[in-house]
Design a protein around this ligand. Structure first.
Ligand code: FES
Ligand SMILES: [Fe+2]
Length: 364
Protein backbone atom coordinates (compact mmCIF):
# COMPACT_ATOMS: atom_id res chain seq x y z
CA UNK A 1 0.00 0.00 0.00
CA UNK A 2 1.38 3.37 -0.94
CA UNK A 3 1.04 5.43 2.19
CA UNK A 4 4.36 7.22 2.00
CA UNK A 5 4.19 10.93 1.33
CA UNK A 6 6.67 12.75 -0.85
CA UNK A 7 8.41 13.89 2.30
CA UNK A 8 8.70 10.30 3.45
CA UNK A 9 6.27 10.58 6.37
CA UNK A 10 3.67 7.86 6.86
CA UNK A 11 0.21 9.28 6.31
CA UNK A 12 -3.30 8.40 7.32
CA UNK A 13 -6.27 9.58 5.33
CA UNK A 14 -7.60 11.64 8.24
CA UNK A 15 -4.44 13.69 8.43
CA UNK A 16 -4.42 16.89 6.45
CA UNK A 17 -1.13 16.44 4.54
CA UNK A 18 -2.85 14.33 1.98
CA UNK A 19 -0.23 12.69 -0.09
CA UNK A 20 -0.61 9.32 -1.58
CA UNK A 21 -2.80 6.76 -0.28
CA UNK A 22 -4.94 5.20 -2.96
CA UNK A 23 -7.52 2.46 -2.76
CA UNK A 24 -6.35 0.32 -5.67
CA UNK A 25 -8.97 -2.41 -5.78
CA UNK A 26 -11.75 -0.19 -7.10
CA UNK A 27 -12.87 1.39 -10.35
CA UNK A 28 -11.62 4.79 -11.48
CA UNK A 29 -12.67 6.84 -14.48
CA UNK A 30 -9.88 6.90 -17.04
CA UNK A 31 -11.84 9.18 -19.36
CA UNK A 32 -15.10 9.78 -21.16
CA UNK A 33 -15.92 6.98 -23.60
CA UNK A 34 -16.22 9.51 -26.42
CA UNK A 35 -12.57 10.52 -25.92
CA UNK A 36 -11.37 7.20 -27.26
CA UNK A 37 -11.93 6.86 -30.99
CA UNK A 38 -11.51 3.52 -32.73
CA UNK A 39 -8.07 4.27 -34.15
CA UNK A 40 -6.71 6.47 -31.40
CA UNK A 41 -4.77 6.08 -28.19
CA UNK A 42 -5.47 7.86 -24.92
CA UNK A 43 -2.56 8.47 -22.56
CA UNK A 44 -3.40 9.10 -18.93
CA UNK A 45 -1.50 8.82 -15.67
CA UNK A 46 -3.60 7.20 -12.97
CA UNK A 47 -2.40 6.79 -9.40
CA UNK A 48 1.15 7.61 -10.55
CA UNK A 49 1.11 4.95 -13.29
CA UNK A 50 1.29 6.04 -16.95
CA UNK A 51 -1.32 4.12 -18.93
CA UNK A 52 -2.19 4.02 -22.62
CA UNK A 53 -5.71 2.98 -23.62
CA UNK A 54 -6.85 1.92 -27.06
CA UNK A 55 -9.86 0.25 -28.62
CA UNK A 56 -9.34 -3.22 -29.94
CA UNK A 57 -10.78 -4.15 -33.31
CA UNK A 58 -13.80 -5.74 -31.56
CA UNK A 59 -14.52 -2.37 -29.83
CA UNK A 60 -13.45 -3.50 -26.34
CA UNK A 61 -10.72 -1.54 -24.63
CA UNK A 62 -7.14 -2.41 -23.78
CA UNK A 63 -4.98 -0.57 -21.26
CA UNK A 64 -1.29 -1.21 -20.72
CA UNK A 65 1.52 0.64 -19.01
CA UNK A 66 2.64 3.49 -21.25
CA UNK A 67 6.38 2.88 -20.95
CA UNK A 68 8.35 0.64 -23.28
CA UNK A 69 10.41 -2.08 -21.58
CA UNK A 70 13.46 -1.16 -23.69
CA UNK A 71 14.31 2.48 -22.99
CA UNK A 72 11.03 3.56 -21.44
CA UNK A 73 9.64 5.65 -24.30
CA UNK A 74 5.88 6.32 -24.05
CA UNK A 75 4.07 3.86 -26.30
CA UNK A 76 1.33 6.45 -26.74
CA UNK A 77 3.80 8.34 -28.94
CA UNK A 78 3.98 5.30 -31.20
CA UNK A 79 1.55 3.75 -33.65
CA UNK A 80 -1.49 1.54 -33.43
CA UNK A 81 -1.11 -1.41 -35.80
CA UNK A 82 -3.65 -3.86 -37.18
CA UNK A 83 -4.18 -6.84 -34.86
CA UNK A 84 -4.57 -4.76 -31.69
CA UNK A 85 -0.88 -3.93 -31.42
CA UNK A 86 1.09 -0.83 -30.45
CA UNK A 87 4.51 -0.11 -31.91
CA UNK A 88 6.99 1.81 -29.77
CA UNK A 89 8.02 5.08 -31.48
CA UNK A 90 11.70 4.68 -30.57
CA UNK A 91 13.00 1.31 -31.87
CA UNK A 92 9.86 -0.43 -33.04
CA UNK A 93 9.12 -3.08 -30.40
CA UNK A 94 5.49 -4.17 -30.74
CA UNK A 95 3.08 -5.01 -27.91
CA UNK A 96 -0.26 -6.76 -27.89
CA UNK A 97 -3.34 -5.76 -25.90
CA UNK A 98 -2.18 -7.78 -22.88
CA UNK A 99 1.10 -5.85 -22.71
CA UNK A 100 3.17 -8.74 -24.08
CA UNK A 101 5.99 -7.73 -26.42
CA UNK A 102 5.23 -9.77 -29.54
CA UNK A 103 7.71 -8.42 -32.08
CA UNK A 104 11.34 -7.34 -32.02
CA UNK A 105 12.60 -6.12 -35.40
CA UNK A 106 16.29 -6.25 -34.33
CA UNK A 107 19.10 -8.85 -34.45
CA UNK A 108 17.89 -12.45 -34.11
CA UNK A 109 14.40 -11.01 -33.54
CA UNK A 110 14.04 -12.99 -30.34
CA UNK A 111 11.66 -11.41 -27.83
CA UNK A 112 13.14 -11.52 -24.30
CA UNK A 113 10.79 -13.32 -21.91
CA UNK A 114 10.88 -10.34 -19.53
CA UNK A 115 9.50 -8.04 -22.26
CA UNK A 116 6.01 -7.73 -20.80
CA UNK A 117 4.10 -4.73 -19.48
CA UNK A 118 1.29 -4.78 -16.90
CA UNK A 119 -2.20 -4.48 -18.36
CA UNK A 120 -5.47 -3.39 -16.77
CA UNK A 121 -9.15 -4.18 -17.19
CA UNK A 122 -11.29 -1.39 -18.66
CA UNK A 123 -15.08 -1.41 -18.88
CA UNK A 124 -17.15 1.13 -20.81
CA UNK A 125 -20.24 2.06 -18.81
CA UNK A 126 -22.35 5.15 -18.04
CA UNK A 127 -20.55 7.10 -20.84
CA UNK A 128 -17.19 6.61 -19.11
CA UNK A 129 -14.16 4.32 -19.28
CA UNK A 130 -13.69 2.59 -15.93
CA UNK A 131 -10.27 1.17 -15.14
CA UNK A 132 -9.37 -1.37 -12.45
CA UNK A 133 -5.76 -1.11 -11.30
CA UNK A 134 -5.85 -3.37 -8.25
CA UNK A 135 -4.35 -6.82 -7.81
CA UNK A 136 -7.69 -8.51 -7.08
CA UNK A 137 -10.00 -9.64 -9.93
CA UNK A 138 -11.92 -6.74 -11.48
CA UNK A 139 -15.58 -6.90 -10.54
CA UNK A 140 -17.83 -4.85 -12.88
CA UNK A 141 -20.64 -5.07 -10.31
CA UNK A 142 -18.64 -2.59 -8.20
CA UNK A 143 -18.78 0.20 -10.82
CA UNK A 144 -20.59 3.12 -9.13
CA UNK A 145 -24.16 3.61 -10.31
CA UNK A 146 -24.30 6.49 -12.76
CA UNK A 147 -27.28 5.09 -14.65
CA UNK A 148 -28.60 8.65 -14.84
CA UNK A 149 -26.12 8.86 -17.73
CA UNK A 150 -27.62 5.90 -19.59
CA UNK A 151 -29.54 7.32 -22.55
CA UNK A 152 -30.68 10.64 -21.05
CA UNK A 153 -32.70 12.92 -23.35
CA UNK A 154 -30.28 14.84 -25.55
CA UNK A 155 -31.77 18.17 -24.44
CA UNK A 156 -31.11 17.37 -20.77
CA UNK A 157 -27.49 16.21 -21.00
CA UNK A 158 -24.69 18.76 -20.86
CA UNK A 159 -21.15 18.56 -22.20
CA UNK A 160 -18.95 15.77 -20.85
CA UNK A 161 -16.24 18.03 -19.54
CA UNK A 162 -12.96 17.61 -17.69
CA UNK A 163 -10.12 19.53 -16.13
CA UNK A 164 -6.96 18.87 -14.17
CA UNK A 165 -6.96 20.00 -10.53
CA UNK A 166 -3.60 20.71 -8.90
CA UNK A 167 -4.60 19.10 -5.65
CA UNK A 168 -4.94 15.73 -4.01
CA UNK A 169 -8.25 14.05 -4.90
CA UNK A 170 -9.38 14.12 -1.26
CA UNK A 171 -9.38 17.93 -1.18
CA UNK A 172 -11.85 17.77 -4.05
CA UNK A 173 -14.06 15.24 -2.28
CA UNK A 174 -13.96 17.47 0.81
CA UNK A 175 -15.04 20.37 -1.39
CA UNK A 176 -17.95 18.52 -2.97
CA UNK A 177 -19.23 16.75 0.10
CA UNK A 178 -19.29 19.97 2.07
CA UNK A 179 -21.67 22.04 -0.02
CA UNK A 180 -21.72 24.86 2.50
CA UNK A 181 -18.95 26.39 0.40
CA UNK A 182 -21.43 27.16 -2.39
CA UNK A 183 -22.74 30.10 -0.32
CA UNK A 184 -19.26 31.66 -0.26
CA UNK A 185 -17.18 30.52 -3.22
CA UNK A 186 -20.20 30.37 -5.54
CA UNK A 187 -22.27 33.13 -3.95
CA UNK A 188 -25.09 34.21 -6.25
CA UNK A 189 -24.37 31.49 -8.78
CA UNK A 190 -24.98 28.17 -7.01
CA UNK A 191 -25.71 29.38 -3.49
CA UNK A 192 -26.52 32.51 -1.53
CA UNK A 193 -26.84 33.81 2.02
CA UNK A 194 -30.25 32.16 2.45
CA UNK A 195 -28.68 28.73 2.08
CA UNK A 196 -25.93 29.17 4.74
CA UNK A 197 -28.25 28.19 7.56
CA UNK A 198 -29.79 25.17 5.85
CA UNK A 199 -30.21 21.91 7.73
CA UNK A 200 -27.62 19.23 7.03
CA UNK A 201 -28.48 15.56 7.12
CA UNK A 202 -25.88 12.81 6.72
CA UNK A 203 -26.81 9.22 5.94
CA UNK A 204 -24.66 6.20 5.30
CA UNK A 205 -25.88 3.65 2.79
CA UNK A 206 -23.41 0.75 2.90
CA UNK A 207 -20.12 2.44 2.10
CA UNK A 208 -21.85 5.38 0.39
CA UNK A 209 -22.13 8.65 2.30
CA UNK A 210 -25.07 10.90 1.45
CA UNK A 211 -25.22 14.53 2.57
CA UNK A 212 -28.50 16.40 2.15
CA UNK A 213 -29.22 20.05 2.75
CA UNK A 214 -32.62 21.70 2.86
CA UNK A 215 -33.03 25.47 2.64
CA UNK A 216 -36.75 26.27 2.67
CA UNK A 217 -38.12 29.73 2.09
CA UNK A 218 -35.06 30.90 0.17
CA UNK A 219 -34.50 33.24 -2.71
CA UNK A 220 -33.52 30.93 -5.60
CA UNK A 221 -29.79 31.17 -6.43
CA UNK A 222 -29.05 32.63 -9.88
CA UNK A 223 -28.67 29.54 -12.00
CA UNK A 224 -31.74 27.77 -10.62
CA UNK A 225 -33.90 30.87 -10.89
CA UNK A 226 -33.21 30.85 -14.63
CA UNK A 227 -34.49 27.28 -15.02
CA UNK A 228 -37.94 28.25 -13.82
CA UNK A 229 -39.45 31.27 -15.54
CA UNK A 230 -42.15 32.61 -13.20
CA UNK A 231 -40.80 30.73 -10.16
CA UNK A 232 -42.32 31.55 -6.75
CA UNK A 233 -40.50 34.36 -4.98
CA UNK A 234 -39.39 32.00 -2.20
CA UNK A 235 -38.60 28.38 -2.88
CA UNK A 236 -36.89 25.44 -1.20
CA UNK A 237 -33.33 24.76 -2.32
CA UNK A 238 -32.22 21.17 -1.84
CA UNK A 239 -28.98 19.34 -2.43
CA UNK A 240 -28.41 15.62 -2.06
CA UNK A 241 -24.88 14.47 -2.73
CA UNK A 242 -23.76 10.85 -2.63
CA UNK A 243 -20.09 9.88 -2.36
CA UNK A 244 -19.33 6.47 -3.77
CA UNK A 245 -15.98 5.02 -2.84
CA UNK A 246 -13.33 5.78 -3.60
CA UNK A 247 -13.80 9.05 -5.48
CA UNK A 248 -17.00 9.59 -7.45
CA UNK A 249 -19.95 11.76 -6.43
CA UNK A 250 -23.48 12.12 -7.66
CA UNK A 251 -25.35 15.29 -6.76
CA UNK A 252 -29.03 16.07 -7.20
CA UNK A 253 -29.63 19.74 -6.72
CA UNK A 254 -32.30 22.28 -7.51
CA UNK A 255 -35.32 24.14 -6.27
CA UNK A 256 -38.95 23.23 -5.58
CA UNK A 257 -42.00 24.64 -3.83
CA UNK A 258 -41.55 24.89 -0.08
CA UNK A 259 -42.11 21.47 1.54
CA UNK A 260 -42.27 19.66 -1.80
CA UNK A 261 -40.06 16.90 -3.13
CA UNK A 262 -37.13 18.05 -5.22
CA UNK A 263 -38.21 15.66 -7.99
CA UNK A 264 -41.27 17.89 -8.49
CA UNK A 265 -39.16 21.00 -8.88
CA UNK A 266 -36.34 21.66 -11.32
CA UNK A 267 -32.62 21.19 -11.21
CA UNK A 268 -29.98 18.75 -12.36
CA UNK A 269 -28.08 15.65 -11.52
CA UNK A 270 -24.45 16.67 -11.33
CA UNK A 271 -21.83 14.05 -11.97
CA UNK A 272 -18.38 14.39 -10.42
CA UNK A 273 -15.79 11.74 -11.13
CA UNK A 274 -12.36 12.21 -9.58
CA UNK A 275 -9.34 10.13 -10.46
CA UNK A 276 -5.99 10.65 -8.77
CA UNK A 277 -3.32 11.36 -11.36
CA UNK A 278 -0.65 11.71 -8.69
CA UNK A 279 -0.77 12.46 -4.98
CA UNK A 280 -1.09 16.16 -5.80
CA UNK A 281 -3.00 16.24 -9.10
CA UNK A 282 -6.48 14.98 -9.94
CA UNK A 283 -8.39 14.30 -13.14
CA UNK A 284 -11.81 15.87 -12.74
CA UNK A 285 -14.55 14.59 -15.07
CA UNK A 286 -17.94 16.25 -14.85
CA UNK A 287 -21.27 16.61 -16.60
CA UNK A 288 -24.91 17.20 -15.69
CA UNK A 289 -28.38 15.95 -16.59
CA UNK A 290 -31.31 18.32 -16.09
CA UNK A 291 -34.60 17.21 -14.60
CA UNK A 292 -37.97 18.95 -14.28
CA UNK A 293 -37.84 21.03 -17.45
CA UNK A 294 -40.45 23.76 -16.94
CA UNK A 295 -41.07 24.39 -20.62
CA UNK A 296 -40.91 22.54 -23.92
CA UNK A 297 -39.42 25.58 -25.61
CA UNK A 298 -36.53 24.01 -27.51
CA UNK A 299 -34.40 27.14 -27.82
CA UNK A 300 -34.87 28.00 -24.13
CA UNK A 301 -33.83 24.49 -23.11
CA UNK A 302 -30.82 24.50 -25.47
CA UNK A 303 -29.80 27.81 -23.98
CA UNK A 304 -30.07 26.38 -20.43
CA UNK A 305 -28.11 23.32 -21.48
CA UNK A 306 -25.22 25.45 -22.65
CA UNK A 307 -25.45 27.79 -19.68
CA UNK A 308 -25.23 24.94 -17.15
CA UNK A 309 -22.11 23.57 -18.79
CA UNK A 310 -20.50 27.01 -18.96
CA UNK A 311 -21.50 28.08 -15.46
CA UNK A 312 -20.34 24.85 -13.86
CA UNK A 313 -17.01 25.01 -15.65
CA UNK A 314 -16.65 28.62 -14.56
CA UNK A 315 -17.50 27.67 -10.95
CA UNK A 316 -14.97 24.84 -10.83
CA UNK A 317 -12.21 26.56 -12.76
CA UNK A 318 -12.47 30.12 -11.50
CA UNK A 319 -13.94 29.64 -8.04
CA UNK A 320 -13.09 26.16 -6.65
CA UNK A 321 -9.74 25.46 -8.30
CA UNK A 322 -7.84 28.54 -7.05
CA UNK A 323 -8.79 27.85 -3.44
CA UNK A 324 -8.29 24.09 -3.53
CA UNK A 325 -4.93 24.48 -5.27
CA UNK A 326 -3.85 27.05 -2.68
CA UNK A 327 -4.97 24.71 0.11
CA UNK A 328 -2.70 22.02 -1.33
CA UNK A 329 0.24 24.43 -1.32
CA UNK A 330 -0.45 25.54 2.25
CA UNK A 331 -0.78 21.97 3.47
CA UNK A 332 2.37 20.80 1.70
CA UNK A 333 4.29 23.82 2.96
CA UNK A 334 3.32 23.49 6.60
CA UNK A 335 6.27 22.96 8.90
CA UNK A 336 4.17 21.77 11.79
CA UNK A 337 1.67 18.94 11.94
CA UNK A 338 -1.72 20.30 10.86
CA UNK A 339 -4.84 19.34 12.73
CA UNK A 340 -8.01 20.71 11.12
CA UNK A 341 -10.61 22.33 13.35
CA UNK A 342 -13.83 20.45 12.70
CA UNK A 343 -17.09 22.39 12.19
CA UNK A 344 -20.65 21.05 12.00
CA UNK A 345 -20.49 21.39 8.19
CA UNK A 346 -17.69 18.80 8.15
CA UNK A 347 -19.87 15.91 9.20
CA UNK A 348 -20.00 14.53 5.61
CA UNK A 349 -16.24 14.75 4.98
CA UNK A 350 -15.49 13.19 8.37
CA UNK A 351 -17.80 10.28 7.57
CA UNK A 352 -16.40 9.51 4.10
CA UNK A 353 -12.81 9.70 5.39
CA UNK A 354 -13.72 7.01 7.90
CA UNK A 355 -14.94 4.73 5.09
CA UNK A 356 -11.93 5.54 2.91
CA UNK A 357 -9.60 4.72 5.77
CA UNK A 358 -11.37 1.39 6.26
CA UNK A 359 -10.85 0.56 2.55
CA UNK A 360 -7.19 1.60 2.73
CA UNK A 361 -6.62 -0.49 5.84
CA UNK A 362 -8.22 -3.50 4.11
CA UNK A 363 -5.59 -3.27 1.36
CA UNK A 364 -2.60 -3.14 3.65
S1 FES B 1 12.36 2.49 -26.26
FE1 FES B 1 10.82 1.26 -27.13
S2 FES B 1 11.80 0.08 -28.60
FE2 FES B 1 13.38 1.23 -27.69
FE1 LIG C 1 -17.60 24.27 -5.58
Amino acid sequence: MDDISRTGARMRVDQPLISGPYVRNHWYVAGWAEELAQDAMLARTIMDIPVVLFRKQDGSIAAIVDRCVHRFAPLSMGKLLPGDRIMCPYHGLEYDATGMCVHNPHGDKRVPSSAKLPSYTVVEKHMALWIWMGDKPADPALIPDFSVLDNPPDIALTKRDQMMMASNYQLMIDNLLDLSHTCYLHDGLLGNADVVESDIQVDQDGDDVVVSRYAPNSIPPGMFAQFWPGHPERIEKQTHIRWMAPSTLKLMTGICENGDKLENGTGYHAIHMLTPETSHTTHYFFTAVRFGLKTNDESFNRDMQEKIAKMRRFAFEEQDAPVVTAQQVRIEGALEELKPVVLPIDVGPVRYKRVLQKLLDAER
